[in-house]
Write a protein that binds this ligand. Structure first.
Ligand SMILES: Cc1ncc(C[n+]2csc(CCOP(=O)(O)OP(=O)(O)O)c2C)c(N)n1
Ligand SMILES: [Mg+2]
Length: 391
């Protein structure tokens, strides 16, 4: 889907009269669509950058469709895990706007480095949503080609992908692929908890001093499993960037328009040689950390309810209805597409073949290794010892 350009983003300029310097209660939060579905023309970031979007009606409807589809497919994956068809699932519930907004802001040539929760960004990159389900079912390693889709493999080691992204972004500079409108940039996704990892802080240092064309996109969903944000930081996360020497901005992560605008601007600055920046997408993990977690053990229902009122999809729907950009027929059609695609997803998961156990040794190294060959042979002998027995 081709997206309109947010346009008019200018560094260092003051806000236009109708703009607003952040959302109620927090002067630093960039917001372009309120929880009630009211549009804000422009918002100003902490360094004076002005953010705005200018989408066509079709593009607004497209964003709504993306949000509904990724939520439905995610719900289907959770259900599949509950029925024993997946080993585990890390739900994105509540984080759809942060992911779809930033995912749609990527240009074709930009490279993304996800965690294990970026199913919405994966969807925006045009990867078949079945792919991560193979990983969580334990039948393959994910399956997509990172170079083809410009979307790296999921990374479960917290924060490690920020270093991979930094190295990749430094490579973009070495290859001379920055400095023009069609220059390249990279984006690294990570969570609030990851900001306490050494890897992430090292990535900040390296990206900064080498002026790497990299956007650090932190989804602050308020928890690292059961650890709340106040166990990670005493300052707002976006302010950490200043200490490393690059700009930071906090965006309403439940606002798909603002997430799009800040990501598009940050990536374009990076591709033009202006170096890294940090985006803190302020959001909330509405579900459990993963299907192995029970969040009722460590957070209260009223907190979840307060965030329900800021739902990323409800506000887009309210906006589309108020502006008469979409009618009942459109919403019904999107729901029907989401239902069809989730049924299709389920059917294909149930048909996934179980791999031969010995194939777990494949693809560990590009050219194998003597130790691995020995382990494979040992394991094969072990499996053969069962042949002819009842088990
Ligand atoms: C290096 C490392 N340490 C610990 C873990 C276990 N672990 C998995 S998810 C997680 C919390 C991550 O929280 P956050 O960065 O906020 O991301 P979120 O899951 O909230 O999206 C931890 C500690 C891990 N996977 N890797
Ligand atoms: Mg988190």
């Amino acid at each position: 889907m081709a997206k309109g350009d947010p346009g008019g983003t200018t560094r260092g300029r003051r806000a236009a009269p109708r703009s607003r310097k952040g959302a109620a209660g927090d002067p630093a939060l960039v917001q372009l669509l309120t929880p009630e579905g009211e549009r804000i023309d422009s918002a100003t970031g902490p360094d004076g950058t002005e953010y705005r979007v200018d989408f066509t009606d079709e593009e607004y409807r497209g964003l709504y469709r993306d949000l509904v589809l990724v939520r439905k497919l995610d719900a289907e994956a959770t259900a599949l895990q509950r029925q024993g068809e997946l080993g585990l699932w890390a739900s994105l519930l509540g984080q759809e706007a942060a992911q779809v907004g930033s995912g749609r802001a990527l240009r074709t040539q930009d490279m993304a480095f996800p965690t294990y929760r970026e199913h919405g960004v994966l969807y925006c990159r045009g990867i078949d949503p079945i792919m991560p389900l193979g990983l969580f079912r334990g039948v393959d390693q994910g399956g997509w080609d990172p170079n083809e889709f410009k979307f790296n493999m999921y990374t479960i080691v917290i924060g490690a992908q920020t270093l991979h992204a930094t190295g990749y972004a430094m490579g973009i500079t070495i290859d001379g692929k920055t400095g023009t409108d069609d220059g390249e940039a990279a984006i690294a996704y990570f969570g609030d908890g990851a900001t306490s990892q050494g890897d992430v802080n090292e990535a900040f240092v390296w990206a900064s001093v080498f002026n790497a064309p990299l956007v650090f996109f932190c989804q602050n969903n308020q928890y690292a499993i059961s650890e709340p944000l106040e166990r990670q930081t005493r300052v707002p996360l976006y302010q950490r960037a200043a200490g490393f020497g690059f700009p930071g901005v906090r965006v309403d992560g439940n606002d798909v328009l603002a997430s799009y605008a800040v990501t598009r601007t940050a990536l374009d600055n990076a591709r033009h040689g202006q170096g890294p920046s940090l985006i803190e997408a302020y959001t909330y993990r509405m579900g459990a950390h993963t299907t192995s977690d029970d969040p009722t053990r460590y957070r209260i229902a009223s907190e979840v309810e307060a965030w329900q009122a800021k739902d990323p999809i409800t506000r887009v729907r309210a906006f589309l209805e108020k502006q008469q950009i979409a009618d009942a027929g459109f919403f019904a059609e999107v729901d029907e597409q989401a239902r069809r695609e989730s049924v299709h997803l389920r059917e294909r998961v149930l048909e996934m073949p179980d791999p031969e156990p010995v194939t777990m040794f494949d693809h560990v190294y590009p050219n194998g290794s003597p130790l691995l060959d020995e382990q494979r042979a040992q394991f094969s002998r072990y499996m053969e010892s069962f042949e002819g027995s009842a088990h």
